[in-house]
Ligand binder design. Structure first.
Ligand SMILES: *[C@@H]1O[C@H](CO)[C@@H](O)[C@H](O)[C@H]1NC(C)=O
Ligand SMILES: *[C@@H]1O[C@H](CO)[C@@H](O)[C@H](O)[C@H]1NC(C)=O
Ligand SMILES: *[C@@H]1O[C@H](CO)[C@@H](O)[C@H](O)[C@H]1NC(C)=O
Ligand SMILES: *[C@@H]1O[C@H](CO)[C@@H](O)[C@H](O)[C@H]1NC(C)=O
Ligand SMILES: *[C@@H]1O[C@H](CO)[C@@H](O)[C@H](O)[C@H]1NC(C)=O
Ligand SMILES: *[C@@H]1O[C@H](CO)[C@@H](O)[C@H](O)[C@H]1NC(C)=O
Ligand SMILES: *[C@@H]1O[C@H](CO)[C@@H](O)[C@H](O)[C@H]1NC(C)=O
Ligand SMILES: *[C@@H]1O[C@H](CO)[C@@H](O)[C@H](O)[C@H]1NC(C)=O
Ligand SMILES: *[C@@H]1O[C@H](CO)[C@@H](O)[C@H](O)[C@H]1NC(C)=O
Ligand SMILES: *[C@@H]1O[C@H](CO)[C@@H](O)[C@H](O)[C@H]1NC(C)=O
Ligand SMILES: *[C@@H]1O[C@H](CO)[C@@H](O)[C@H](O)[C@H]1NC(C)=O
Length: 478
């Protein structure tokens, strides 16, 4: 097997073979862009790598991180430009073009003087990715896993104008920050690395997790992890008087730290008075190994430990630690799924599992809705229903009773679910819902639109629109 030094030398050669003049070999973790016209003479552009190559473009000094092209999951014709941890087993820790995979004929190149920049160009000439830095002088694959770009002549100074740590994909490495305006977005699924439904962002009040399900990309917050605000109200956390927070995955991988930017205002100090340290993320697996944190495709944040002796282990599950249940994850049981206290996914009555083998896939109606007769539709009722979006999405209307709420839903065939809060009168309507947690919000009742109720349920009972017949311990029919 080739050692890392072999690979470095090979690459230094490969890189400079493209340019017409050779340059003294550089350490394999750094690519120095030729700066003088003399060195550059006759060279239009410097090709760093072709996407078909599986060789590292740069390798960190200790060999632990490689910058390279990587075959996109399950598709031999798609390539992603990634930073890969090579320790023990490979882990993709950063992706340049997760939503725009390139063909194997794509090239990574440095454009010519007078202002060289880095460009990933697909076979058809499309520029797929290019960091907004002109006149680059060096590209470094740092031993921390940070890929960075230097400008100007002072290649000795480590003052990156661009760094992969500032554009996280779904993985955070020890020492990496999520700064204000930066986000880390989960992958769609474990085997689909395109941007998925969940985003971590550093907001004034803390580390906020957002869910995005609709075509308009509306970001609905579902969790605030903070230690600033003693008041547990999400809304209060989201409108904190505190300055922007940065989220740091501690360099020693012991956990997450929230840092305030700038001076802390008097208002913020007041919020801090009864400080509750919400974010707890201690390392549970002792020993030496590779650690990283990932925003999971399910919307959780997990940290991992990997070593030769242990293999890959989940070290901590932040969401589970915070809420002691996965049921509060927006889509733990998928579309229309019901999550019970023991984190079991079931389908509401008159719904069926989309995939009988995977209850987390969600549920669909047994009988599809026919919109030409939309006013005749009925509702299945789930009492004590917690739904993540109700806390943030304004209610459609404040109403006097549940019938008014379901009537509002009936008016529009695209409405498939209504939530009525008998404490506040809030009526929330949704075109599509995700997971409903059963039994934890006594004052809220969910109404799921169905074509018709079974004829066996047409008698006896209190009513709005018929009667209540308990069909299972979890759900009931109105
Ligand atoms: C693989 O990617 C190509 C190019 O994007 C696409 O046309 C093809 O359908 C994909 N194949 C599979 C199996 O996803
Ligand atoms: C590069 O890695 C070293 C440790 O090896 C670290 O001290 C330095 O801050 C890193 N630089 C950047 C820009 O990430
Ligand atoms: C690029 O950087 C070099 C080295 O610092 C400098 O001499 C040159 O003027 C810069 N070119 C442009 C177009 O800024
Ligand atoms: C918590 O926040 C809510 C809404 O911002 C506010 O009405 C309430 O007084 C606060 N409670 C405490 C104990 O600060
Ligand atoms: C936030 O920080 C800036 C810069 O440090 C400061 O000028 C501002 O007053 C701070 N605002 C709050 C609300 O703390
Ligand atoms: C922060 O507060 C200190 C002491 O009050 C002050 O000297 C400094 O200028 C402030 N910095 C900013 C950025 O506001
Ligand atoms: C892990 O195991 C591989 C294969 O046995 C070995 O080459 C490597 O040096 C080991 N790494 C560490 C850090 O022990
Ligand atoms: C690495 O992957 C191989 C093959 O998938 C597996 O057998 C091995 O246990 C893994 N090693 C570690 C340390 O995870
Ligand atoms: C929808 O209902 C109308 C009126 O009863 C009926 O004519 C039509 O066939 C139904 N469509 C479907 C797809 O069932
Ligand atoms: C009906 O649904 C459509 C599509 O979601 C929406 O644009 C419209 O505002 C809804 N109308 C009512 C009355 O809710
Ligand atoms: C609200 O609903 C819950 C459960 O659905 C019920 O236990 C409670 O008595 C209701 N409260 C009122 C005021 O109707």
């Amino acid at each position: 097997m080739a050692t890392s030094m072999d690979i470095l030398i090979f690459f230094a050669l490969a890189i400079f073979a493209m340019a017409e003049r050779s340059t003294p070999a550089t350490p394999g973790d750094t690519f120095l862009v030729p700066q003088s016209r003399d060195e550059h003479a006759g060279v239009r552009e410097i090709k760093l790598a072709s996407a078909i190559s599986s060789q590292p473009i740069l390798l960190s000094r200790d060999g632990a991180y490689a910058w390279k092209f990587f075959q996109s999951y399950g598709n031999a014709t798609q390539r992603l430009l990634v930073v890969l941890s090579t320790l023990f087993n490979t882990t993709v820790v950063w992706m340049a073009n997760r939503d725009l995979p390139v063909s194997p004929q794509a090239t990574l190149l440095v454009t010519p003087l007078p202002s060289p920049s880095l460009v990933l160009r697909d076979a058809d000439g499309t520029v797929v990715w290019s960091p907004k830095v002109a006149n680059i002088s060096a590209i470094v694959m740092n031993s921390t896993g940070n890929l960075f770009i230097l400008t100007g002549g002072a290649s000795a100074s480590e003052n990156p104008k661009w760094q992969s740590f500032d554009e996280p994909s779904d993985v955070l490495l020890p020492g990496q920050y999520v700064k204000p305006a930066h986000t880390s977005t989960a992958s769609l699924a474990w085997n689909d690395w395109r941007s998925g439904h969940y985003t971590l962002r550093a907001d004034p009040g803390g580390a906020v997790l957002y869910a995005t399900f609709d075509a308009q990309q509306t970001m609905i917050p579902y969790s605030v992890l903070n230690y600033i605000i003693s008041n547990t109200s999400f809304t209060a956390s989201l409108h904190s008087a505190c300055n922007h927070t940065s989220i740091l995955y501690n360099a020693d991988a012991t956990g997450v730290t929230l840092l305030q930017q700038g001076n802390i205002s008097a208002e913020c100090l007041q919020e801090d008075r009864n400080s509750v340290h919400g974010v707890k993320f201690s390392t549970r697996i002792a020993g030496d190994g590779f650690r990283y944190m990932r925003v999971m495709p399910t919307g959780d944040i997990d940290s991992f430990f990997l070593s030769n002796s242990t293999g890959l282990r989940v070290d901590n599950e932040l969401f589970k630690g915070f809420y002691s249940t996965y049921c509060k994850l927006p889509s733990y049981c998928g579309v229309n799924g019901v999550c019970s206290s023991v984190q079991t996914c079931t389908c509401p009555e008159l719904f069926q599992a989309m995939d009988p083998n995977d209850p987390t896939e969600g549920c669909r109606l047994q009988t599809p809705l026919n919109c030409t007769i939309f006013r005749q539709h009925k509702f299945v009722q789930i009492s004590g229903a917690y739904y993540f979006a109700n806390a943030y999405v304004p209610p459609r209307k404040i109403v006097d009773n549940p019938t008014e709420c379901t009537d509002l839903c009936l008016e529009n065939c695209s409405c498939t679910a209504a939530f009525y809060n008998n404490n506040t009168g809030s009526c929330h309507l949704y075109d599509q819902i995700r997971t409903v947690e059963f039994g934890t919000s006594p004052q809220v009742t969910a109404f799921l639109r169905v074509a018709a109720l079974p004829s066996t349920t047409t008698y006896n009972g209190k009513h709005y629109q018929g009667r209540k017949v308990t069909l299972t311990s979890d759900c009931s029919i109105v």
